[in-house]
Design a protein around this ligand. Sequence first.
Ligand SMILES: C[S@@+](CC[C@H](N)C(=O)[O-])C[C@H]1O[C@@H](n2cnc3c(N)ncnc32)[C@H](O)[C@@H]1O
Length: 297
Amino acid sequence: MLKTRFLDEMLDLMRFGEVPAALHAIYGYLHALRDNSETWPQSIEALRQHRLHGVLLEDSFLSHCFTRPRGYPGDAGLIDIIYDRKLPAAANDRAAQMFAQTTGTAPCEAVRLRREYARTLVADAHRAGQRICVLACGHFREGDDLIGQDLSGITLVDQDPLSLEVVRRNHAVQGARIEEANVFAFLRRAAQAGEQYDLVYTLGLTDYLDDRAMVLLHRLLHRVTAPGGRAVVANFRPDLMCTAWMEAVMDWTLIYREDAELAEFGRSAGFAPRTWIDPTGHIAWAELQRLDLAAAA
Ligand SMILES: C[S@@+](CC[C@H](N)C(=O)[O-])C[C@H]1O[C@@H](n2cnc3c(N)ncnc32)[C@H](O)[C@@H]1O
C-alpha cells in the first residue's frame, strides 16, 4: 500500500529542484505497488489525494491526459503532444523539466515510432495507388508528408469531429473521403456496401477495445479487406514499467495485449498474421494478410 511519507518526500525533492530524481523514484515506486492488485486502487486514490499529484499536473502533458478535455482518454490532441513535444509558452521551469522528461519516456518514443511506421505504410500504399482506409485516424499525423497531394483513394474515419476538423484544416480539399463515425458503424456500412480496401489500419484504437469488440473488429476488417490486401493493428503490451505511472498519475488505462493475442484475433477472422514488437518493446504489431485470392476470382 502506498505510503504518504514517500509522497511527502517526493514533494520535497521536487521543491528542491530535484525533478528528474523525484520522477524516476515515483515511476519505480508505483510500478512496484501495482504488483498488489488488491491495494492498487487504494494506492491510486491516495496518490491523487496528495498535493504531489497537483504538482505533477503542472506538466501540460500529464494534465491534458488526466483532465481529458475532449471527454475521453487518449484524444488526438494528447497524441500530438507526444509527437511534437511542444512546451506551452506559459510553462514554468519545473513544468518544463517535467514535460521534457515525461514526453521523453520509452512509451512516448514507442508512440512516435508507431507514427513513423505508419508514415511509410501509408505513403507507400498511396504511391502504389492502393485503396486505403484509416480507422480512428485522429489528426492523421502519419499523413503529414501527404499534405498538398491528392488524397483520393484514402478514407479517414474518426468519431471525434474535432479530430476531423484538424484533418480537414491540414489537408484542405485534397480529395480524401472523411467520415465522422464510430468505426464499427462505419465498417458495418462499408461491408454491406461491398467496399474493399487494399490497406486498412488502425493505431491507438484497439488499446481501448475489450476482447468481444476485438473479435467483431477483426471480422469486419476481414470483410472490407480486399483479397491480397492487409489490415494492420498495434497494441500496447502488458506488464510494462510505464503502466502504473500511466494509470495512477495520468488516469490512462489501456487494454494490454501481446503479439500472440493479436495474431489469434487475426487468424480467427481468417487472416494470415505476421507480428512483431517495436524496438522499445512497448507495442505489439500485427499485419494481417487476406490470402483468399482464389475466392475473389
Ligand atoms: C489515440 S488517438 C489515435 C489517433 C491516430 N490514429 C494516431 O495514431 O495518431 C485515438 C483516436 O481514436 C478515435 N476513436 C476512439 N474510439 C473510436 C471509435 N470507436 N470509432 C471511431 N473513432 C474512435 C478518437 O476519436 C481519437 O481521435
